[in-house]
Design a protein around this ligand. Structure first.
Ligand code: GTP
Length: 601
């Protein structure tokens, strides 16, 4: 296919506006798949995606379209996820496209995610095709939706806005025509040397790293000796191919095309997303600008649960990280939980998805500690050093007596919400120590910009936002800087033994309240023993909250029933005498103990 007839595009939309239905219709009308094969939404194939009904990973699929102009076109459709924790995936995908179909549901009109995604597409300088969907529905208000779209972006002309039903297929043909008419073909530079952008990758135990690539220039085929420009290492291309939507090998990938490259590389760290691949014999002059891998917003410890070995977890985590450039990990050691990993995530939902993928794809069960933000700790003299300490694990927080001051990561949070919920959203942000930076009204929607500490949005913020706006608000976050905060560490002791994996960092002003709630929760989640066990929350060497985990007294009584009263008393006394010894023994903590920290509200 000549480059002039290639089009690379994405479909962007608010949740449930019909993105997957339109993708299915496009694959069907271009005969990429038959109607029968379309029973399930093909692109959301991961188990987690089907379970949550959301797209997590981007995917590409090649379609061939016979235009009304008599020419044949190659349409590379790249599917993108919608949740804020995956906006990095959207960015990566958009970097591999030249245009986007902006889909708006006529029964709902422009929604928060419509605006957020449009913003991203404009940032990537993409050609945008505005499309109103669900015109078959009785509750469709096409005129109002059209007016909203034009208000949002005055550049959209009346005739440009297409009106379709992705469900019935009505006018989908117009979309297929608009793609080649409006979206530009991939640019062709003068440099004909191979230059390919890696925008995603996955790991196959037999074939090694399989990179998803877009060819910016040149050609690529199996057997070619290649150079990774950033890594400065070489390898030989095993196979090249395309997704239709299943993998299909092809002889050559050419300028502008999107496809996959089987590298045979078994070292999972060999290729990073954003890498430039070129020909070893005839390299291109300049590498592509690298993607900035997103900074982790929250950290949590991941430890193997019973039945899972450390080695199995290590293998699974490193393979997952390859497939998800936003996920980071380093080994760590916990006194309570032994060997595990400190992992970085874009948010809590991202953490949850990783946990589920470890289970679904690698059969690995993990115990997750409560997530936390990143802190910079500056020490007093004589411990002061040029650099601050970066703390991503509360257990490593230095002794309070040595600390001069602490800063915490802050984000710029852009929230788009229907006007009706403005008051509630502002209240929520204020409760979380937010500082308003900007407020922008667009008809029924308003966009608020806040500065917020990461620790405040790491837990339930997104869920609370969704719940107070009935799911209509969107949240987009971007790392801002580190700001001075007054935090203290709450240490938990169970039966007088500190449990480092339960350490948390909290604002000093909330410490007492949080400590009380936490020990109360632990009272019912820490596994009981035959004797009562104190659970204490220690802040700066002082116990500020305490409860006793009730003993399994029933059992003791049952055992004692047939004995004399004095025997029963003896038994209880012995248990209490043993308690200090027991403090050193292994209290196996279930996941619910760590979840207690998460669910304090
Ligand atoms: P996410 O993957 O969750 O972002 O959703 P999506 O944007 O991919 O939406 P999806 O294609 O799953 O469609 C959401 C719902 O709208 C489904 O129940 C579809 O059947 C329905 N739907 C999609 N297009 C149309 C349409 O043109 N008309 C009508 N009446 N319903 C439609």
């Amino acid at each position: 296919m000549k480059t002039a007839n290639i089009r690379n595009f994405a479909i962007i939309a608010h949740i449930d506006h019909g993105k997957s239905t339109l993708a299915d219709r496009i694959m069907e009308q271009t005969e990429t798949v038959s109607e029968r094969e379309l029973s399930a939404q093909l692109l959301d194939s991961m188990e987690v995606e089907q379970a949550h009904g959301v797209t997590v990973k981007s995917r590409s699929v090649r379609n061939f379209y016979h235009g009304d102009d008599g020419q044949e076109y190659e349409y590379n459709l790249i599917d993108t996820p919608g949740h804020v924790d995956f906006s990095y995936e959207v960015s990566k995908s958009l970097a591999a496209t030249d245009g986007a179909i902006l889909l708006v549901d006529a029964t709902q009109g422009v929604q928060a995610q419509t605006i957020a995604n449009l913003r991203l597409a404009v940032k990537h300088k993409l050609t945008i095709i505005p499309v109103i969907n669900k015109i078959d529905s009785a509750s469709a208000d096409i005129a109002a939706t059209e007016a909203q779209l034009r208000a949002l972006r005055p550049e959209f002309k009346d005739t440009e806005i297409l009106k379709i039903s992705a469900k019935t297929g009505q006018n989908v043909h117009q979309v297929l025509e608009a793609i080649y008419q409006r979206i530009p073909a991939p640019a062709e530079g003068n440099d004909q040397a191979l230059k390919a952008l890696v925008f995603d990758s996955q790991y196959d135990p037999y074939q090694g790293i399989i990179a998803e690539i877009r060819l910016i220039a040149g050609q690529l085929q199996a057997g070619q000796k290649l150079l990774l420009m950033n890594e400065n290492s070489t390898f030989t291309a095993q196979t090249v191919g395309i997704y239709r939507p299943n993998m299909q090998a092809v002889k050559t990938l050419k300028t502008g095309e999107v496809g996959y490259l089987v590298t045979g590389l078994k070292d999972i760290n060999a290729i990073q997303v954003g890498e430039t691949i070129t020909d070893f014999e005839h390299p291109t002059q300049e590498a592509l600008p690298n993607f900035q891998p997103p900074q982790s917003m929250v950290y949590a410890g991941l430890y193997p649960k019973e039945g899972t070995s450390y080695e199995a977890l290590k293998q699974a985590i490193s393979k997952l990280a390859l497939n998800d450039a936003a996920f980071h990990y380093t080994p760590e050691q916990s006194e309570a939980l032994d060997a595990g990993f400190r992992c970085g995530f874009l948010g809590i939902f991202h953490l949850q998805i990783i946990q589920e993928r470890l289970h679904d794809e690698y059969n690995v069960e993990v115990l997750t500690t409560a997530p936390n933000a990143t802190y910079h700790v500056y020490l007093k003299e004589p411990d002061a050093r040029k650099e601050y300490l970066t703390i991503t694990n509360p257990a490593k927080f230095p002794d309070f007596a040595k600390i001069d001051y602490v800063t915490e990561s802050y984000v710029k949070a852009v929230i788009t919400t229907p006007n009706d919920y403005l008051g509630a959203v502002m209240k929520l942000c204020e409760q979380h120590f937010g500082e308003m930076v900007d407020l922008d009204n667009q008809q029924e929607l308003v966009t608020l910009t806040y500065k917020l500490p990461v620790s405040e949005i790491a837990y339930n913020f997104f869920n609370s936002l969704k719940s107070i706006t009935h799911g209509y608000a969107t949240l987009d976050t971007e790392f801002l800087d580190f700001e001075l905060v007054d935090v203290v560490k709450i240490q938990i002791q169970i039966n007088y033994a500190p449990v480092d994996a339960l350490d948390i960092l909290v604002p000093r002003q909330n410490a007492a309240q949080i400590a009380h709630k936490l020990v109360e929760k632990l009272k019912y989640t820490v596994p009981r023993r035959l004797y009562p066990m104190p659970v204490q929350a220690i802040v700066e060497n002082k116990a500020i909250a305490r409860v006793d985990v009730p003993p399994l007294r029933k059992n003791a009584a049952v055992n004692g029933e047939k004995r004399s009263i004095s025997k029963k008393q003896q038994l209880l006394r012995r248990q209490s005498l043993n308690k200090r010894q027991a403090a050193r023994s292994d209290i196996k903590l279930p996941q619910s103990v760590f979840d207690a920290v998460l669910n304090l509200d």
